[in-house]
Design a binder for this molecule. Sequence first.
Ligand SMILES: [Fe+2]
Ligand SMILES: [Fe+2]
Length: 281
Amino acid sequence: MSNPSYERGKSIDNSQYAHVSMPISDNIVALKDAVFSHPAVGILKKFEENLKSRLLTRDEIRVLLASEGMFVLEVPPGIVALASRMTDEWFKKEPFAATGRASRILFAAVDEYGLNDMEHGLLPSHHQLYVDMAAHWNITAKDLLDDRNIVPTAKEFAGTIGDYYRKRPIVEALGFHVANEATAPLDFGVFLATFREYREQYGLKAQNDPHLNFLLVHDDVEVSHREMGVEAVQLYTNGDPKLVSQARRGVFAYMECYGRFFTQLNDRIFGQQDTRARARA
Ligand SMILES: [Fe+2]
Ligand SMILES: [Fe+2]
């Protein structure tokens, strides 16, 4: 080490930098309520009930993972693009503040890219963990990209994610991002609970079987990603009602896709079962 008195990440007194937490305007806190009270969350709940009602076949798991994989794929590069757009925009106005502010978005990408434990080196990226999880069911990366295993709304959702993170006005993209980070522990949590429900039948050796690492990681990190996203909205809008209502549009755009996606995924996997149940009723 060239300078023995410097220790990476430990030699700086963080308390002098006002970036650890900040007051958040009520209308920005309300963005989270808009996510959690959205009907799409109820659609996910219904899907969860079905997922837990029986063991899934391998073909069904392939549809589940390939379809969900479409938006798992889009998010990390989208986050990097949004952080870059924010940096460039602020750079023109306050160049020395730009990177420190956009860090609230880039922060989420640190986990996505496996950079969050650099004292020990690189970790697997979330995409790599996703492929490892699928491999437990002999589902390959090629299977995950095969259109036959993917419901159409997953493709549409992926396209919308790409569009919001890269092209839509930054303030709308920030709302979209908050909704993404806020909902990720919900759907990944449903998958985790489902695989644990039938742990032995799915050949998983423990509650925290390493094949579930992708889901376990998200259980751990997403709330911090969401909260950083909320801070980014605060920094970008300063609570200005007009701007916050634009961010809110981004929240609703995400939730709308989310609801349509889980409706279609539910129909594809459980459609016949639902029909039988209706026929019996
Ligand atoms: Fe992730
Ligand atoms: Fe995240």
